[in-house]
Design a binder for this molecule. Structure first.
Ligand code: AMP
Length: 513
């Protein structure tokens, strides 16, 4: 059946639900065009990439039907399921260790297990490794840590773990898996070493670079990737979204902090809203849905952006979005010929992000408000809070630092704080909850800090030059000395005891069934 109009669900949310983006069939061709530019750029910098394979951990996510019968799925799921990906003609530059069947398996354990197994079996052929985002790649390494015994057993005997039940996955893997006791011994020895430093270069010795996005919030994963890869180049090849694909990095071996993307002008009509910084922060706490008249007049075209200036990206797409604010802030780094190159600065308003989740300050505030009701029976009040995206754990998790004022005499049992953790998780958006359920994000943690901690935080900020009048407790902290200060005053640590509820599809659609 020819579907002329599809819906993509983005990881951005509106009212707690995934945003739905219109798209059209021909858009897949445009997106494939952008993908086809990546390897020519890459092979200018790294020769010989056609002599081996890429080990990429790629996954699909579940899809839903709108009440009108349209399929709504995440953009990458839509791409991997399309003929552009599935039936791509043989090309030595898009030769992956993962058979399509392992990528197209909805069960995340079976998909990850089989992709890892195929990657290990072909370890000498692997020239590049990666995933879409850094968080996904690190999750794959953690998966290997947990499941290496099973994986080695399969490689030793040439038989596949019975937990892999999907027949098409089994068939595809069995074409690659051959008994190889020597390889199994080698992997076992490497995985049982105490230190996993350089594990990527040890197990896949011909790897030339790690292909993952580490710009934006994903930069928090750079130290972990450097550790596992022994400092291999981290390559960010492209910048894209559900709304539209944007551009490519024409200097892929540059340092992550210097990555810039050149927008491909025929992906959409690009316009730019100049941004005025206010005290180092970006104006406006809640993102306006559409541009007002004054803002429409301020828009500049791609050819008119100025080096050094920051802009909010606005797109008009072939699928029908008109002057749509993507929500990303870009900085003009320079030009490649006449085409401007942009550094990704940040996403407006996002305070916390571990994987594809994007939590803004308002959402966090509401979630905390819902949670503190559990403290009422103890006559305890939350006086201050802040948050931190802790990526030292794998998967990473949200940490909230709470300072309390307790008037009641009954001590608050840990189970109450655990209830608070879960209440926050239940209040966060659908993308967060889905990531929790599929274990891309770990259980949320509330750390109770000593009374007076947030005063110390303010003293510290003032010592660094903040103005007392304008000081506001940051709702999210990133700066290491501040995180250390908070951690040095923790009196108790509490984790969410279980996953929050999540079901695929929109709430309204589920109600209709
Ligand atoms: P989604 O619509 O869920 O695919 O999310 C798209 C968003 O992910 C973009 O608007 C950016 O905020 C972020 N993103 C995508 N590619 C990059 C990149 N290369 N660097 C930084 N952030 C990115």
């Amino acid at each position: 059946m020819h579907v002329g109009f599809l819906v993509l669900c983005s990881s951005g949310t509106s009212g707690g639900e995934r945003k739905l983006m219109p798209t059209i069939e021909e858009e897949l061709g445009r997106r494939s065009l952008l993908y086809s530019l990546l390897m020519p750029v890459m092979s200018q910098c790294v020769p010989g990439l056609d002599k081996g394979k890429g080990m990429y951990f790629l996954f699909i996510k579940s899809e839903a039907k709108t009440p009108g019968g349209l399929v709504a799925r995440p953009v990458l799921t839509s791409y991997y399921k399309s003929n552009h990906f599935k039936n791509r003609p043989y090309d030595p530059y898009t030769n992956y260790t993962s058979p399509n069947e392992t990528i197209l398996c909805l069960d995340s354990y079976q998909s990850m297990y089989s992709q890892m197994l195929c990657g290990l079996c072909q370890n000498k052929e692997v020239l590049r490794v990666g995933a879409v985002f850094a968080s996904g790649f690190i999750r794959a390494i953690r998966f290997l840590e947990k499941h290496s015994t099973h994986l080695c057993k399969d490689i030793r005997t040439g038989t596949l773990n019975p937990q892999i039940t999907d027949p098409s996955v089994r068939e595809a893997v069995m074409k690659i898996l051959k008994p190889d006791p020597k390889l199994a011994d080698f992997i076992e020895t490497e995985c049982s070493r105490e230190s996993w430093q350089g594990i990527i270069t040890r197990l896949w010795p011909n790897t030339k670079y790690v292909d993952v996005i580490v710009t934006g919030t994903m930069s928090q994963y750079i130290p972990t990737l450097d550790y596992y890869s022994n400092g291999l180049p981290l390559v960010c090849t492209m910048y894209a979204s559900s709304e539209c694909y944007f551009g490519v990095n024409l200097n892929p071996l540059c340092r992550p902090s210097e990555v810039s993307y050149t927008l491909i002008p025929n992906m959409a009509y690009f316009e730019f809203l100049p941004i005025q910084r206010n005290n180092g922060g970006i104006n406006s706490i809640s993102m306006p849905k559409s541009l007002n008249e004054k803002e429409q007049q301020e828009l500049v075209d791609l050819v008119d952006v100025k080096v050094g200036q920051e802009y909010e990206l606005v797109v008009t797409t072939y699928a029908g979005l008109y002057r749509y604010r993507v929500g990303d802030v870009l900085h003009v780094a320079g030009f490649k010929n006449n085409a401007p190159k942009f550094n990704f600065v940040c996403r407006k308003n996002v305070v916390l992000s571990i994987d594809s989740d994007k939590t803004d300050e308002v959402e966090l505030q509401n979630a905390v408000k819902n949670a503190v009701t559990h403290l009422m029976p103890f006559d305890a009040h939350l006086t201050e809070y802040t948050s931190y995206a802790d990526t030292t754990t794998i998967p990473g998790h949200y940490v909230l630092y709470w300072e309390l004022n307790v008037n009641g005499s009954t001590p608050i049992p840990p189970s109450v704080f655990e209830d608070c953790c879960l209440a926050i998780e239940e209040s966060l958006n659908t993308v967060y909850r889905q990531n929790r359920v599929c274990e891309s994000i770990g259980p949320l943690e509330i750390k109770i800090v000593e009374a007076g901690t947030f005063d110390k935080l303010m003293d510290y900020a003032i010592s660094l030059g903040a103005s007392i009048n304008q000081y506001k407790t940051p709702r999210c902290v990133k700066f290491a000395p501040i995180v250390e200060l908070l951690n040095s005053r923790v009196v108790s640590s509490n984790f969410s005891p279980k996953c929050p509820k999540w079901t695929p599809g929109h709430k309204q659609w589920n109600n209709m069934n």
